[in-house]
Each structure stands twice: as structure tokens, then as C-alpha cells.
Design a protein around this ligand. Structure first.
Ligand code: BG6
Length: 485
């Protein structure tokens, strides 16, 4: 079922039988991974390719490209090791099939000979997909190299976030990408959009009727989103120095979650309509000012390899955001993320307003939080609705209890499996659109230039104290607990 308006950008009823048939002629016939020797390929992409091979959805040559002069056998070993590290090798035939499809091309991305060698390795492939799993500083070089070598005609390009490092660079990068690829051949990855729990936000909001009447400024007091990690930069110090938490996860992952929570209902049944509504949320976000943002840095960060001794880069960020729309006027959105925090978990808490009159002694707001809806996003997925119920006895006192929906589905595709498969099939539904990327950068424009210094915090804490002051007028942070997955 595909809406006529949406043929290029996918449909919410994604991957129906008819879509697959329609897309078959359009499918990618070779996958090229730039940055094949790198971290992202090792941790995420190779395990995803293995899972796709097991499912029988990856049947095309895979060409790894990187600066090092590796032999084919080294790439095969790297792929095998990475799959082992990610889990276990439970299908030897699938591994064999994947390894047999691998090719390797080594060379400098500035050298046209690298792209000539890639062309040879691609043989007769007509519609390759080029995945840029490389530092953002190299995107433009590789895109231009592909164009000059004639490797972009009919091809697709998959670009990892961050797409640009501010509004101007995002526009420039887009200009370069569009000079070589058509808009519907550019796939801007934000792997959060491929997570089941995040896709469920869209579904939960618009597949249920009870939510809409309360999902606005009349009933919602505030919204909090926390993405916490209990580990540090894990050897990515050099990358972090160029990014920081705001660029690494807030402008993209957390803002995408905000957009799904805040958007208006899509006007028709198609992902094009979802893209439009999400873009409007970014456009309605009030640009952040320095006082809306608290930056933190964990003690010990400056000793990480690749980090400056006097670095002021933030490994923690908390911010207060407003969406100037009819629905959300006056509702504060609190976003927070950090490394080396007390837990690894991501949650959304939508806190509702308390009842208008205090009829019972223990009514909120005096006794803790008002009713809320909680979306657990990671490491496990859950939706919980908290409401007060009376304790048995003479007194009218009660407790807030959670109605808990937990829907862990075994065998769900990982985000990279899902998104790689979609990009290869030409389905842009779960990728970010340029207008949305630009509008999100515009919200950060002032605080990327002018900001308060990062406050130190202790590893294992919930970040600097100043983050508590930021939220104080509207309550306290909700700290997600670390549960067994
Ligand atoms: C990545 C960031 O995009 O997302 C990392 O670069 C972060 O710093 C990661 O750790 C979080 O993703 P996930 O899927 O593990 O929650």
C-alpha cells in the first residue's frame, strides 16, 4: 500500500509485498563501504551485513574501500572478527557467503586511481550504494571522487551523521552531494530512526485514540529525554574533540525523538507526510541561548588519547527547549545526554499536569511526580503509563503505579540492518531530510558559537549540579534505571 504522493520516499506500511516487487528493478546491485578498516564498519556495519546475509536479504558484492593497503584476506579476517565480537557465529554458511562476496580496494581518497580501482572491482554493477563510514571531513572528497569517476550515475550514497557541523557546513555538504547525486539517492543515516522503540513512538501516538486529547499544552507539563551512557569516549577522543555531545547525539538522535513526540498527525498515509511534519517541529523550535544549555565534562576526559589537555569539549549536555507551536506553547522540553553517567539507558518521560484541585492529602504535586507516560527506548523497549491508585484502608491515600507495556520482539532487525536494507532498496522513509537537518542546526546556531564553559562532573554521577538548576523550575530529572536487558 503506497500512497501516490509518496512513491519516492517510502510508506509507513513499509515493505509490503507489492512494494518489494515494485522496488526490485531499482535495487542496489553492489554495496561499497568507504572506511572499511574503521571503527563503525567493525562495530556496526559488518555484523549488520552478516545478519542480512543470514536473512537472505544481502546477495550482492560488497567492496570495502580504505586508505590502508590491505589484502583481501585481511578484510575477511576483520569481518569475521567483528562478527565474533558482536555476538557469535551461528551460521557458518552465511558467513562463507558473505566472505565470498567481499572485495577490497586500498588507496588515497584524493587519488583518482583509487576510484578507477573501485570501478574495476565493481565490474558490471549498474546501481551501487556507496556507504560513507568515514570522518565527516572526508565526505566531500569522496563524493567528488565518485562523481569524477562516473561512479555516481544511478548510484546511491549513504552518509553517516553528523551531516555537517553547523548550518553553513550542512548546506555546503548538501550542495556538494546534490551536485553529484539526486536528492532521492542521498540517504542521511541517523541510526536512532531504525530503532524499534523509536519507530514505536510514531506508531503509538497515531495508532491509539486515547492519547491525542491529552497530547498538548493543556495536559502535558513537561517532557524529558535522557540518553545516558555509563562509559566514556572509548578511544574516540579525537572524534569527540571535533564534535562534543551537542553535535554527537543531541542535534540528531535526541532531536529526532523530539520531532516524533511533538509532530502533528501526518496529513496522509505516507512517509513523505511524516518528513514534512517532523521538519515543521524543527522549524518551530525556539533557537537555544547559552543559558538554556548546561555543558559538562567528566573528570578524566582530558587524559583520554586524542584529547587536548585543556579541552573544553562537552561529554555531557543538558538543555531546555521550547517549541513555539499551537500544541506545545509554554511546555518545556528537557534533553540530557552524557558519557560516564550512572547508567546506560535512554528514556522519555512525558509528565502530565496535576489534577486541578487537591482533594486528597497525598495528591500531587506535593507527593512526588504527577501522572506520566514513560517510553523506555534503550537498552530494552517499554511504554509505561503511571497513574495513582488507592491503598486499601480507611485513609484516602494511594500510590502511583505503572501500567506497563513491554514488547520485546526477538529477532527484530538491528538499526543498521534495517537502514542499510532500506537504503539499498531505495526507501528513504527512515532517513533524515535536508530541510529538517538544516532546521535542527539553526536551533543550535547561537550555542555552537557562544556558550558557557563545561563544568566538571564525576564519572558515575548524573552530570554536573548545574543541570539540576536548569530543570528546577519544573521539577527534577528523571534518572532511568539500569535494568537487565
Ligand atoms: C552514536 C554516537 O551516534 O550513538 C555515540 O556517536 C553514542 O557517541 C551512540 O554512544 C549511541 O547509540 P546507541 O544505539 O548505542 O544508543
Amino acid at each position: 500500500m503506497k500512497s501516490k504522493r509518496d512513491s519516492a520516499q517510502g510508506n509507513i506500511h513499509h515493505r509490503t509485498k507489492s512494494n518489494n516487487v515494485a522496488d526490485a528493478a531499482d535495487a542496489t546491485d553492489a554495496l561499497v563501504i568507504f572506511g572499511a578498516t574503521g571503527d563503525l564498519a567493525r562495530k556496526m556495519i559488518f555484523p549488520a551485513l552478516y545478519a542480512m546475509t543470514k536473512r537472505g536479504v544481502l546477495n550482492v558484492p560488497v567492496v570495502g574501500v580504505a586508505g590502508s593497503q590491505w589484502r583481501q584476506a585481511q578484510l575477511r579476517k576483520q569481518v569475521t572478527d567483528s562478527i565474533r565480537q558482536a555476538g557469535r557465529i551461528d551460521d557458518r554458511d552465511a558467513l562463507k557467503r558473505l566472505l565470498s562476496r567481499l572485495r577490497y580496494v586500498g588507496g588515497d581518497y584524493n587519488d583518482p586511481a583509487t576510484f578507477t580501482a573501485l570501478k574495476q572491482a565493481l565490474g558490471g554493477a549498474r546501481r551501487p550504494a556507496h556507504y560513507l563510514a568515514i570522518p565527516p571531513a572526508l565526505f566531500a572528497t569522496v563524493i567528488r571522487g565518485l562523481g569524477a569517476a562516473g561512479l555516481a550515475d544511478q548510484a546511491r550514497v549513504i552518509v553517516e551523521k553528523p551531516f555537517g557541523r553547523d548550518l553553513a557546513s550542512a548546506r555546503e555538504l548538501n550542495r556538494i552531494a546534490l551536485s553529484v547525486f539526486a536528492e532521492d539517492s542521498i540517504f542521511r543515516i541517523d541510526h536512532y530512526l531504525g530503532k524499534e522503540a523509536i519507530m514505536n513512538i510514531l506508531y503509538f501516538r497515531f495508532a491509539n485514540s486515547f492519547l491525542e486529547p491529552i497530547w498538548n499544552r493543556n495536559c502535558v507539563a513537561s517532557v524529558q529525554i535522557t540518553l545516558a551512557e555509563d562509559f566514556g569516549v572509548k578511544g574516540r577522543g579525537a572524534f569527540y574533540e571535533s564534535a562534543g555531545c551537542l553535535r554527537d547525539v543531541i542535534q540528531n538522535h535526541l532531536f529526532q525523538i523530539v520531532a516524533l513526540l511533538a509532530m502533528e498527525p501526518p496529513a496522509y498515509q505516507g512517509y513523505g507526510a511524516v518528513h514534512c511534519e517532523k521538519a515543521k517541529v524543527f522549524q518551530a523550535m525556539r533557537p537555544l541561548l547559552p543559558d538554556d544549555v548546561v555543558r559538562g565534562q567528566y573528570a578524566g576526559y582530558r587524559k583520554e588519547p586524542g584529547v587536548a589537555k585543556d579541552s573544553d569539549v562537552e561529554t555531557f549536555c543538558a538543555l531546555r527547549l521550547f517549541i513555539d507551536s499551537w500544541r506545545w506553547e509554554g511546555v518545556p522540553w528537557y534533553l540530557r545526554s552524557g558519557k560516564c553517567l550512572a547508567a546506560t539507558a535512554a528514556e522519555v518521560l512525558v509528565e502530565l499536569k496535576p489534577p486541578p484541585q487537591k482533594l486528597f492529602d497525598d495528591s500531587t504535586p506535593l507527593a512526588g511526580r504527577a501522572n506520566y507516560l514513560r517510553f523506555r527506548l534503550s537498552p530494552n523497549a517499554a511504554v509505561a503509563l503511571a497513574a495513582r491508585v488507592k491503598r486499601a484502608g480507611k485513609e484516602f491515600v494511594g500510590d502511583q503505579r505503572e501500567l506497563y507495556l513491554l514488547d520485546q520482539q526477538p529477532n527484530a532487525e538491528t538499526p543498521y540492518e534495517r537502514l542499510l536494507g532500506d537504503a539499498m532498496a531505495g526507501d528513504g522513509a527512515l532517513f533524515t531530510r535536508q530541510d529538517a537537518v538544516e532546521a535542527a542546526w539553526a536551533v543550535l546556531a547561537q550555542v555552537l558559537d557562544t556558550r558557557h564553559r563545561a563544568h566538571r562532573y564525576q564519572p558515575g554521577s548524573w552530570g554536573p549540579q548545574q543541570a539540576n538548576a536548569l530543570i528546577a523550575a519544573d521539577g527534577i530529572w528523571h534518572n532511568p534505571i539500569q535494568e537487565a536487558p
